[in-house]
Design a protein around this ligand. Structure first.
Ligand code: SF4
Length: 431
C-alpha cells in the first residue's frame, strides 16, 4: 500500500512519524511523497500555537483534496484536543496521543491497513526517509509534569514518561543499520528522562549508555529545560560523539514574566547555567526560545528580555509571539498585550536574533567543521549541498553535478557567512 506520512510541529512529532515509517516498511508498505497518489494518509498534528493548529487543519484539507479516495488518520496534539472537529472535516480515524504508539495496530483493526510482517527477502528495498536518511529523531520521552502557564502541550500530551533504555538501545541499533549518521534524542521534556524510573540523572546515563553500546557517529540532544541541568551534566560532552549544541528555552529574560509563566528558573540561574556550559564545552552553540507579548509583559519587562538575550549571545533564537491557547492559565490572565505591540516586539527580537546569529557564525570563518550533508539543489552546472556542523550551523557548499555527498560527513572549511548560515569549502579531495 502507498502511504503518505506528514508531520507538523516539533521534532518529537517528526520522530514519531519516522518510527511509523519504519513500522510500515517492515510490513512491506511504501511511504510516498506529495507527488505520488496515496491510499492511506497519516498526519501528526500540532497545536502549540494557533498558527500550528490552523496549519494542521489546512494540511488535512490538502491531503483530502490530493488523495480523494485515500483513508485519512490523524493523531497528535491538535487531534487530541479537538477530535470532533477532525471528524467534521473528513478524517476517518482520530488517534489520541495516549494511543499514538499503537496507531498502526488501530488502523489495522479498523481495516485501513494490513500490518502482517513481510518476509524481509520479499520487501521492496525501501528504507524510511530514503531520500533524507541522515539524521533521525528518536523519541525517548513523552509528556511533561510542569505547568508552564502558556503551554497547551502538557494538556495534550499528559504526564511525563520515559521510554525504557533497552528499547532505546534497540532503536539505535536499527537506525544505525539503516544508515543514519546522526540521531537526535527527543522528548517533550527530555531533561526529565528517567525521573519516572527514579533516576534523577537519567538523561546523562542514557547518553553514556547510547555512546558505549552503539556506534552511532553523532548524537544530539533536542530541547532541554534549564532547571533539569546542573554543571555536572556537561561532563557528558567530553564524549566527542555527543555534539556540542544545547537548545535551552529561556522564554523571557524578566523574572516577573518568568514567574507569571511558571517557569522554574530566573535570569540569574539561567545565566549561570549558560556560563557553566560554555566553560565546560568548547565550541558549544546554545540556541533558545523566546515568547514576546506574554500577558502583562510591560515595555520594561520586554527590554529586560532583549538585554538578556543579547548578553547571552544565543547562536540561534526561535521567537514566538504569544498566542492564547484554550485551557491554559495564561489565556485567562488580564492585561493581554495588544497585537501591534506584540508585533513590534517580535520585529525587534527577530532583528536581534539575526544579528546574534551572524556574530556567532562569523567566528566560525577560517575554522574547519565536520559537516553532515543532507540535501542538494541543482543549479544547472553545479549542485548546492546543504548540511549541518556539529554545533548545528547550516552550511552550504557548491560541488560538481556528479558529487554525491548525501549522508556523507566531510571536513569543511568555513569561508563566509550568509543569512541563516555559513558557506563552506569541502576539504575532502574526492569532492
Ligand atoms: S516544560 Fe513547560 S513549556 Fe515545556 S512542555 Fe512542560 S509545561 Fe510545556
Amino acid at each position: 500500500m502507498q502511504v503518505r506520512l506528514e508531520s507538523i510541529g516539533c521534532r518529537l512529532n517528526i520522530g514519531e512519524i519516522e518510527a511509523m515509517a519504519r513500522g510500515l516498511a517492515k510490513a512491506g508498505h511504501r511511504v510516498v511523497g506529495p507527488g505520488t497518489p496515496a491510499e492511506l494518509c497519516i498526519l501528526n498534528t500540532c497545536t502549540v500555537t494557533s498558527i500550528a493548529s490552523r496549519k494542521s487543519r489546512q494540511l488535512i484539507r490538502q491531503l483530502k483534496r490530493a488523495n480523494p479516495s485515500a483513508a485519512l488518520i490523524v493523531t497528535g496534539c491538535d487531534a487530541e484536543l479537538a477530535p470532533s472537529e477532525m471528524v467534521e472535516i473528513g478524517v476517518d480515524l482520530v488517534v489520541g496521543n495516549a494511543q499514538k504508539e499503537r496507531l498502526l495496530e488501530l488502523a489495522e483493526a479498523e481495516g485501513l491497513l494490513d500490518m502482517t510482517p513481510t518476509d524481509p527477502d520479499e520487501l521492496e528495498l525501501f528504507e524510511p526517509g530514503d531520500s533524507t536518511r541522515t539524521r533521525a529523531f528518536l523519541k525517548v520521552q513523552d509528556g511533561c509534569d510542569n505547568r508552564c502557564t502558556f503551554c497547551v502541550i502538557t494538556i495534550a500530551r499528559g504526564a511525563g514518561r520515559s521510554v525504557p533504555a533497552d528499547a532505546i538501545m534497540e532503536e539505535l541499533h536499527e537506525l544505525q543499520r539503516l544508515g543514519y549518521r546522526e540521531v537526535v534524542l527527543s522528548g517533550v521534556h527530555l531533561g526529565s528522562y528517567g525521573h519516572d524510573f527514579g533516576d534523577q540523572r537519567g538523561l546523562q546515563h542514557l547518553v553514556e549508555r547510547a555512546l558505549a553500546e552503539t556506534a552511532i557517529e553523532r548524537l544530539r540532544l533536542s530541547s532541554l529545560e534549564p532547571w533539569d541541568l546542573d554543571a555536572g551534566f556537561f561532563e557528558v560532552f567530553s564524549y566527542p560523539r555527543l555534539l556540542p549544541h544545547l537548545h535551552l528555552p529561556l522564554q523571557s529574560g524578566c523574572d516577573e514574566t518568568l514567574k507569571r509563566m511558571a517557569r522554574r528558573t530566573t535570569r540569574k540561574e539561567f545565566s549561570a547555567l549558560v556560563r557553566d556550559a560554555r566553560r565546560a564545552v568548547p565550541d558549544l552553540a546554545i540556541s533558545s526560545d523566546i515568547i514576546v507579548g506574554f500577558p502583562g509583559e510591560t515595555d520594561e519587562e520586554f527590554e529586560q528580555s532583549i538585554a538578556l538575550v543579547e548578553e547571552l549571545a544565543f547562536s540561534r533564537l526561535h521567537i514566538f509571539r504569544y498566542s492564547r491557547r484554550e485551557g491554559t492559565p495564561a489565556e485567562k490572565m488580564s492585561a493581554q498585550v495588544r497585537g501591534p505591540v506584540a508585533q513590534e516586539r517580535s520585529r525587534r527580537m527577530h532583528a536581534l536574533a539575526a544579528d546574534l546569529e551572524h556574530r556567532f557564525n562569523s567566528k566560525l570563518v577560517g575554522n574547519t567543521a565536520d559537516v553532515l550533508w543532507e540535501t542538494a539543489e541543482d543549479h544547472g552546472q553545479t549542485l548546492r549541498w546543504s548540511g549541518l556542523t556539529q554545533n548545528y550551523v547550516r552550511v552550504t557548499a557548491t560541488t560538481s553535478l556528479d558529487a554525491d555527498l548525501l549522508n556523507v560527513v566531510t571536513p569543511t572549511e568555513i569561508v563566509d557567512v550568509v543569512p541563516g548560515g555559513v558557506v563552506g569549502r569541502i576539504l575532502n579531495s574526492e569532492f
